[in-house]
Design a protein around this ligand. Structure first.
Ligand SMILES: Cc1ncc(COP(=O)(O)O)c(C=O)c1O
Length: 391
């Protein structure tokens, strides 16, 4: 094959302990996952509320297939938009406190779709948190708008950048819950800044929706941020809601603009209607079953308490906890040893996180119990010390 850099790039990944491999699983969701006939306790899943096996959601999915078929067969602007999509949009808008909602097939395309559609002019400017998800970074850098990054959750630096900006239209981009650290953005402070500089705010709440706020309506609600037309929310369905796809929520005008100008929305097959039916069922379960949020909060408290105090963890306010290992080698060593003990965890390495900040990403879900948490904390206490000593 031409593109001779491919060989070099792959060799470089190997040499730097950054090579990525996939593991085909026979069972990939739930308390246990199964790989090559062995069973592991699953601490790598974003199925925070344990809904991927919920009988009401599964039944809704099947009924959706019976009614609408397996695929949507077209873009939303042709024949791909069904009453099921419309119903889900209306339900989400009400739950998340926004005037309107638009469904995308993935969170990645929702983020890149919004940022490229809004960033049409070089006179506009985006301000992105340093830890922004790849889809936000790609969306921003593919737009004509200029982009600045501010240090993670550093509102003072953001204030400085805003005060020296001469851009006509500005958008601050933050995540409700950061996916690799599990900490939250200071959304009230960010919103106050936005209001005083006539800026807009995009909150990617992929990991907050379903998990935070009493009714699961996410980080903005949990922090009691007053919602108004300058706030855009993006939520995904593939994590706590246990289906697939995403939604953008905002003003009437914004949604009409996206329907007319977001290339990711217009030139892509709509998500299957059955997926929309299942997601609607999932939102209903999520709103009513408060005990799921209470359980993950309790298990997360327990996990943090049982880890040795010498172990460095991220400043998490969610059920995502980063256990810092430093080097890539250490992260891989811990992952391997924990796997030998029957735990499945992901070693997170650059470029997903900064060099020197490799980690094990622990996600605690409703599927776990106190015994699992105890066993994991003890295993990490044992394994981390050994790996850090040997490398
Ligand atoms: C913060 C954040 N935003 C967006 C996405 C993309 O969402 P999706 O998986 O639906 O494409 C993810 C998923 O990895 C994420 O963690």
């Amino acid at each position: 094959m031409s593109f001779s850099f491919i060989k070099d790039k792959l060799a470089q990944q190997q040499a730097l302990n950054l090579y990525r491999r996939r593991s085909p699983l026979t069972i990939g969701t739930g308390r246990y996952l199964q790989h090559q006939d062995k069973q592991y306790l699953n601490f790598s899943s974003n199925d925070y509320l344990g809904l991927s096996q919920h009988k009401d959601i599964a039944a809704a999915f099947k009924q959706g297939v019976d009614t609408y078929g397996t695929g949507s067969a077209s873009s939303s602007l042709i024949t791909g938009y069904s009453c099921a999509h419309q119903q889900l949009e209306e339900e989400l808008a009400e739950w998340l406190g926004a005037p309107r909602c638009l469904l995308y097939s993935t969170g990645f395309s929702a983020n890149s779709g919004v940022l490229s559609a809004l960033g049409q002019q070089t006179a506009s400017q985006y301000f992105l948190d340093k830890l922004s998800h790849a889809s936000l970074i790609d969306g921003a850098f593919n737009a004509k708008a200029k982009t600045k990054r501010f240090a993670h959750n550093d509102v003072a630096q953001l204030a400085k950048q805003l005060s020296t900006s001469t851009a006509k239209d500005t958008l601050i981009v933050a995540e409700g819950v950061y996916s690799m650290d599990g900490d939250t953005a200071p959304l009230n402070a960010i919103n106050d800044l936005a209001l005083s500089h006539n800026a807009n705010v995009l909150v990617d709440d992929a990991h907050g929706v379903g998990v935070l706020a009493e009714d699961g309506s996410g980080t903005l609600s949990a922090q009691q941020v007053a919602k108004s037309d300058h706030i855009i929310q993006m939520v995904t369905f593939g994590k706590a809601l246990a289906t697939q796809g995403a939604a953008v929520l905002g003003s009437e005008e914004l949604i009409e603009y996206l329907i007319n100008h977001s290339r990711d929305y217009i030139y892509s097959t709509a998500m299957p209607a059955a997926n929309a039916v299942a997601t609607l069922a999932s939102v209903k379960v999520c709103k009513r079953e408060h005990w799921r949020r209470e359980k993950i909060a309790e298990l997360t408290r327990q996990f943090k308490q049982q880890l040795d105090s010498s172990i460095e963890i991220t400043d998490s306010q969610s059920s995502i906890i980063g256990v810092l290992t430093g080097s890539e080698e250490n992260a891989l060593c811990c992952q391997r040893q924990l796997k030998n003990l029957g735990f499945w965890l992901s070693a997170i390495r650059p470029p997903t996180v900064e060099k020197g900040k490799s980690r094990l990403r622990v996600t605690i879900t409703v599927n776990h119990n106190a015994h699992d948490i105890n066993n994991l904390a003890n295993a990490i206490n044992e394994v981390l010390g050994k790996c850090l000593q040997n490398n």
